[in-house]
Design a protein around this ligand. Structure first.
Ligand SMILES: [Fe+2]
Length: 303
């Protein structure tokens, strides 16, 4: 009888976040990471098929992949498993090469097996990360299974992101998070407060920095740094390990404050790159009050 040898539990971080570079670049600049996830059995296609069987439809997202390069993200590019019944998610993953869609397995940390994997990974990194950022929260993870020559258009996300390439090659383009031509203040506020997407103006579209990812490599993507992604001639598997930091939470709150100010006809001072000036800390602090107290304040303001 064959004896099953368990995958060895690792006690060194499976991602090298290059702590010195993380210290310098967090919230500001993307940079290459290295990792050892490419050999992890939970990230093999057959394990992902099993995971897809367990996840609810809302966590199985399809991104229409064969889009024209340079187009901008719209809600039409997305569907969930329950809106599409031609093939099951498992069948699509098994035949990913022929699909016209990227399969995104969302919030895989909700699954007990993958939750343990994500938590173990972040537990091993937590001390390093927190020595730079302060306490982290909102741990999440997404897995992307993509056919060859697929394209995810320009968009931005609210989390800190360690994006890791597990199988195949991927071009990952990241824009300067402080470039207000690429992402104007109002676009940032609309995204963080209403999840609204704003396209990149075509004259600024080529301002990206390109990361050529292959298994074992990854990229750190700062909170809200615009990006687009495309696969080359092979099937690709990638995983993102996401979390929030005090600075990413402040960023959200400063944008809420600025949008509030803008709505009453004032022009707010632009957010600072790390949302850490005294002004930004004050604005963010307003949202630390209990919501009932804030409602009283805003009633007072209107009267
Ligand atoms: Fe993204």
């Amino acid at each position: 009888m064959n004896k099953i040898i368990p995958y060895p539990r690792v006690f060194t971080p499976p991602i090298d976040i290059k702590i010195g570079q993380f210290r310098d670049d967090v919230d500001l600049r993307p940079y290459y990471l290295s990792h050892q996830m490419q050999n992890h059995p939970l990230l093999e296609l057959k394990s992902l098929v099993d995971l897809a069987r367990r996840l609810p439809p809302i966590q199985r997202e399809y991104v229409f992949a064969k889009q024209e390069f340079g187009t901008h993200e719209t809600g039409d590019h997305y569907a969930h498993a329950n809106e599409f019944d031609e093939l099951s998610t498992e069948e699509m993953i098994l035949n990913i090469e022929a699909q016209n869609r990227i399969i995104v397995l969302r919030n895989v940390e909700s699954d007990s097996e993958y939750g343990e994997f994500v938590n173990e990974t972040l537990d091993l990194l937590q001390e390093q990360i927190e020595s730079v950022t302060g306490p982290i929260s909102g741990r999440e993870s997404f897995i992307f299974i993509s056919p060859p020559r697929s394209y995810t258009p320009f968009h931005y996300d609210p989390e800190q992101n360690f994006f890791l390439q597990v199988l195949g090659r991927k071009e990952f383009a990241v824009y300067d998070v402080t470039d207000r031509d690429v992402m104007p203040e109002v676009a940032l506020e609309n995204f963080l407060t209403r999840s609204a997407r704003t396209p990149c103006a075509s004259e600024f579209f080529d301002r990206y920095q390109l990361f050529d990812l292959q298994p074992g490599l990854g990229v750190y993507v700062p909170t809200t740094a615009p990006h687009w992604v495309r696969t080359l001639d092979e099937v690709s598997i990638s995983i993102s390990i996401n979390f929030r930091t005090p600075s990413s939470i402040r960023r959200h709150r400063v944008c809420r404050f600025n949008r509030m100010i803008r709505k009453i006809g004032l022009r707010p001072h632009p957010i600072s790159p790390r949302a850490d000036t005294r002004r930004d800390r004050f604005k963010a602090g307003v949202f630390e009050f209990p919501s009932r107290f804030r409602r009283l304040l805003s009633k007072g303001h209107k009267s």
